[in-house]
Design a protein around this ligand. Structure first.
Ligand SMILES: [Zn+2]
Length: 476
């Protein structure tokens, strides 16, 4: 049924202009999948007397939040790989090898439920595709940018890899992964009335061959797709690149022509500020995963330098096995705090800037800013209504200082989200996700995670997991 709604009474943050675009006494009109009008409440109410009225008094209305980098199947592995060195090889890989289709699907549903409940409307998911992956986002009624993983690692991935060794790359495996990814992108880019888009995703510069990266760049150019890739994501990647090519990742990517506005570079964990600035100047876009990289690596990536050089930086929650949650309110707060601490400067990444990173700037980084990221007539109606009448968001003040944006970033948890629209359709109401059966999603995720854990326990390789020692000594 066609949507005809008018939201009144809310504190509206449009993200127009250079700040947060605050408007009071303003109504937002939704018609079908779009924002039809934003303007004076009395005038718009008179003009649209038959539209269903949504009472936003005591609430903030913000654009839908954009999580630009996730690995949703890993939500079933929440909390199994924290506080360790060599996180991927020594903690996560023994689990991911046993993640079958049913567990992956359960993880994706769980992650959508969790993130949508806390205001995420655009999901930048990156994973090895399994049947039903894209359909799950379509059915949940959310917006998604889907990137199927391309790598050339032999079966078993890096489970048996020894730190310091070059791992083998298999040309055939890489080429078949590229073919599958191209077929996926052709099928899904622009699907579900444009709610789904797709990108090409070489996992990292150390996980495909140089020739494959050049080929992926050529295809992306021809098809007008973006490339979504982990870049300088750890000392392991830097060592592999040094051994293979004698240079660091940013120089390597520059050399083969990958640094430009077609690249969405995730993490930059090991990049220097100078490398980040140089990358931003090429037009490259960045995703910053503050919670995940903090927990996995104990590092704050050089996103501030990247932004200072003019590059757009989106936020990402990465995955629940390394970050433990997919919640943009958490990412906004951690991003502001970590960057202030890194630079020993409380003026770095103020609340209003990280709110823009989670909305408008995230949309720019994903190439979606002609559709989402602002509350603006003609754009898609992806909106979040946050109830400010919660103890942790009280008081609400407007004069002489408006305190709403700092409280959304530093005090909100995401549980205060009351209603969420994606493409004009209400997908969360009264804090409940309408498009997924929450109880069965949680029960299924628990059952699938237990099944994966049983397989891991039965696999002798699990004995190399570094977390067995803290288990034995009573620290977990
Ligand atoms: Zn990632």
């Amino acid at each position: 049924m066609a949507t005809r709604e008018i939201i009144t009474g809310a504190h509206v943050f449009t993200m127009e202009g250079e700040g947060v675009g605050y408007l009071a006494d303003t109504a937002v009109v939704i018609e079908d999948d779009r924002i039809a009008a934003v303007g004076p409440e009395a005038e718009l109410l008179a003009r649209h007397p038959d539209h269903a009225r949504i009472d936003g008094r005591g609430c903030a209305l913000i654009p839908g939040l954009i999580d630009a980098h996730m690995h949703t199947p890993l939500a079933v592995l929440r909390g199994v790989a924290q506080d360790v060195a060599h996180w991927m090889q020594r903690a996560l890989a023994p689990y991911t090898r046993h993640l079958d289709r049913a567990a992956s699907l359960a993880g994706t549903r769980l992650n959508i439920l969790e993130a949508l409940r806390s205001g995420t409307t655009t999901f930048g998911d990156y994973t090895r595709p399994y049947p039903g992956w894209a359909e799950t986002f379509v059915d949940a009624g959310v917006r998604a940018v889907l990137t199927p993983t391309i790598n050339a690692l032999p079966p078993g991935g890096m489970a048996g890899w020894r730190v310091g060794d070059l791992y083998p790359l298999d040309d055939g495996i890489g080429r078949r992964a590229i073919e599958r990814a191209v077929a996926f992108c052709r099928d899904w880019d622009g699907a579900a009335d444009g709610r789904i888009s797709a990108m090409l995703g070489p996992q990292a510069a150390d996980m495909v061959t140089r020739e494959q990266l050049i080929e992926i760049r050529r295809i992306a150019e021809r098809e007008d797709w973006l490339i979504h890739m982990h870049v300088a994501q750890g000392d392991r990647e830097m060592e592999q690149l040094q051994q293979r090519y004698g240079v660091r990742t940013p120089a390597f990517l520059d050399d083969i022509g990958l640094l430009d506005e077609r690249l969405l570079a995730v993490h930059l964990t090991e990049a220097t500020e100078a490398e980040a600035e140089q990358m931003a100047l090429t037009g490259t876009r960045m995703v910053l995963c503050s919670g995940s990289i903090g927990i996995i690596d104990g590092i704050v990536p050089p996103a501030h330098a990247f932004r200072r050089a003019g590059g757009p930086v989106a936020l990402g929650s990465d995955q629940a096995s390394g970050n433990n949650c997919s919640n943009l309110f958490n990412e906004m707060k951690l991003t502001a705090l970590f960057n202030k601490i890194r630079h020993r400067d409380p003026t770095v990444m103020p609340a209003w800037e990280v709110l823009r990173m989670a909305t408008l700037e995230g949309a720019r980084a994903l190439g979606l800013d002609d559709r989402v990221g602002r509350i603006h007539p003609g754009l898609q109606a992806d909106l979040v209504l946050v109830d400010l009448a919660e103890p942790n968001l009280t008081p609400v003040l407007g004069d002489p200082v408006r305190n709403i944006v700092p409280n959304l970033v530093y005090a909100a948890t995401g549980r205060e989200v009351r209603q969420v629209w994606v493409a004009g359709r209400t997908v969360v109401a009264e804090g409940r996700v309408l498009t997924l059966d929450g109880e069965s999603v949680v029960a299924d995720a628990q059952a699938q995670a237990l099944a994966v854990s049983r397989s891991v326990a039965a696999d002798p390789d699990h004995r190399q997991m570094v977390l067995l020692e803290p288990m034995d000594s009573g620290r977990l």
